[in-house]
Ligand binder design. Structure first.
Ligand code: FAD
Length: 297
């Protein structure tokens, strides 16, 4: 496989418009087959990178490292491995970073993770674990050899006391060594641009890549939005609710809305687009091809 020597950070700094796809680690053989079908389907689009999320349990965590390593080994894709603080001591987390390095995964997304009780449950650090993502950024930086990314929140992280504090946390992670951020899903371009403005007004220029999740199944997206603290805006609801029982119509409208959001984000200067695929390639492909057809990516 061709070696990918230039880091994502270097590509972003050189003005490259990044396109990326996010997957989650499959639970069983059938899920693994679906995932690899999606990866193989999306690889020809030559994304800047793909990423694999990190779950809360030991077996799912092992799968993330394995799948991410396999992507590096068997495809031409740059792979970003997510890593969280959930359920692991600091020593165990350091062990996972070393496993990533050994598997040839030199890009990590350093996250706190969602509490085991769900995204809205209170956060309690693991015994001898770490409390905030910034500590993981520092650990990866000190180990060396990683291009480190972090999470960002257009509507503010649900536990952040203010939007200003939320932006300060992102800047602290950048100052600790993070070279790019990827956002939580959101539906209003203005929320993204307001976050970028807050961070720039603190004097920091970390590239912030917007996370995009098209509405393909109304109930599923409503639940993910609720859990992540993202607001489903009235203008979006007004277009989806009247057709909520018609799956095909919801899918078509969801793709149309997501494509328009992508256009608005790129027109306003977003450095790229990060698609949350849920391991299915078709909708992402449709949006990608529409944007490519317009010369936007
Ligand atoms: P942090 O940066 O630690 O922030 C968490 C909270 O603590 C915030 O309210 C922040 O304001 C506050 N805080 C941070 N630092 C300090 C400090 N020094 N002092 C006081 N308060 C502080 N979750 C998973 O489990 N697995 C995944 O793979 C995953 N992938 C994700 C990918 C993306 C792109 C995004 C946006 C989120 C992802 N998440 C994932 C969810 C994420 O883990 C949660 O949103 C989590 O609640 C916050 O993570 P964080 O890294 O932003 O944490």
């Amino acid at each position: 496989m061709p070696e990918i020597s230039e880091s994502l950070a270097a590509r972003l700094r050189s003005g490259h418009r990044s396109v990326s796809f996010e997957f989650f680690p499959p639970k069983d053989d059938e899920g693994e087959e679906i995932l690899w079908r999606s990866i193989n389907d999306l690889e020809p689009l030559q994304p800047t990178f793909v990423s694999v999320t990190y779950g809360a349990g030991g077996t799912s965590q092992d799968r993330t490292v394995r799948v991410t390593g396999r992507i590096v080994e068997e495809t031409s894709l740059r792979a970003v491995g997510h890593l969280t603080l959930v359920g692991q001591s600091a020593a165990e987390i350091e062990g996972v970073l070393k496993q990533y390095a050994a598997a040839g995964v030199d890009h990590v997304l350093a996250l706190r993770g969602d509490p085991k009780g769900g995204p809205r449950a209170p956060w309690e650090p693991f015994p001898e674990g770490m409390e905030h993502a910034v500590e993981l950024v520092e650990m990866a930086r000190d180990l060396g050899g990683f291009c480190i990314g972090v999470a960002a929140f257009p509507e503010g992280h649900p536990d952040a006391p203010t939007l200003e504090r939320d932006a300060e946390v992102l800047v602290e992670k950048a100052e600790a060594g993070a070279e790019y951020a990827i956002t939580q899903l959101f539906f209003r371009a203005s929320d993204y641009f307001n976050l970028v403005d807050r961070v720039r007004s603190l004097g920091n220029d970390i590239p912030i890549i917007p996370g995009i999740m098209p509405i393909l199944n109304f109930a599923q997206v409503a639940r993910m939005a609720e859990l992540s603290g993202a607001d489903l805006p009235a203008e979006v609801l007004a277009q989806i609710e009247p057709i909520a029982d018609d799956r095909e119509a919801v899918r078509a409208k969801g793709i149309e809305l997501a494509t328009q959001l992508c256009r608005d984000l790129l027109a306003g200067g977003a450095p790229g687009l990060h698609f949350i695929t849920l391991n299915r390639s078709k909708a992402t492909r449709e949006i990608f091809e529409a944007l490519r057809g317009e010369g936007l990516i």
